[in-house]
Design a protein around this ligand. Structure first.
Ligand code: ZN
Ligand code: FE
Length: 259
């Protein structure tokens, strides 16, 4: 049993490109970067703290998550990890990892989770000791990634698996899409009072230009419609009382695509 000890970690959110996020995880084991949309803001964030990067962990093959890899490699002696299933589309990979891979031992250890749906080989990096999940374009704050490669059933299985993580898990997703996700959530779940309260908080954060990441999983469970596809109240709201959870998820995803 791994006990969380957040005091050992520092996690920095780095806005990149127009709406991407990279993250820097500093642990006593070293410094990891999660995703590299572009190098410059990540290097600036490291420089400001006097840190060097040891590892880059890539979540999936879309260019807005690894386009800065080459430049980071030129700058630091770092090892680049990414999903083996997408290795042919990740040109600068040093270590191809499979779901279930666990890094190191003790502090700074992370686990690789398979989170298909957005892409088929998409992985997430879960740090149990930091209570942190780097989910990129699988589970997103108040939303989930579009189904570019996988099926709705695959993404639902992914979300259903992530629902089993501890409630205090912080979700660090790959983009700042929360405001539009929230408007969609309110459209399908208008009577949810927790959602209404959260909507006001999200608007206040965005008005100040602040990130809405990370978000705690227990709050996501109450307000992210895609995590609520199995609930009777959601099925009723969509007029799908007899549908399976995956069918309800598919309908939510379909509606969001044209929202
Ligand atoms: Zn993507
Ligand atoms: Fe993306």
């Amino acid at each position: 049993m791994i006990m969380p000890d957040k005091t050992l970690f520092e996690i920095i959110t780095v806005p990149c490109l127009s709406d991407n996020y990279a993250y820097i995880v500093k642990s006593p084991d070293g410094v990891a970067i999660i995703d590299a949309p572009e190098a410059a803001p990540i290097i600036a964030a490291l420089d400001a703290r006097g840190w060097e990067a040891d590892t880059l962990l890539i979540t999936h093959h879309h260019h807005d998550h690894h386009g800065g890899t080459r430049a980071l490699r030129d700058r630091y002696k770092l090892k680049v990890f990414g999903p083996r299933a997408e290795a042919d589309r990740l040109p600068d990979l040093d270590v191809a990892v499979d779901p279930g891979f666990e890094s190191g031992s003790g502090v700074g250890r992370y686990q690789v989770l398979h989170v298909p749906g957005h892409t088929l080989g998409h992985i997430a990096y879960y740090y149990p000791e930091a209570s942190a999940l780097f989910s990129a374009d699988s589970l997103m704050v108040m939303g989930c990634g579009r189904l570019f490669e996988g099926t709705a059933a695959q993404m639902w299985n992914t979300l259903d698996m992530l629902l089993n993580l501890p409630d205090e898990t912080q979700i660090y997703s790959g983009h700042e899409y929360t405001a539009s996700n929230m408007r969609f959530a309110l459209s399908v779940d208008p009577d949810n009072t927790t959602l209404q309260t959260r909507a006001a908080e999200v608007e206040a954060l965005r008005a100040k230009g602040q990130p809405t990441v990370p978000a705690r999983l227990d709050l996501e469970k109450k307000t992210n419609p895609f995590l609520r596809a199995s609930l009777a109240e959601m099925k009723r709201a969509l007029g799908m009382v007899d549908a399976t959870d995956a069918q309800v998820f598919a309908e939510l995803r379909r509606r969001k695509d044209t929202f």
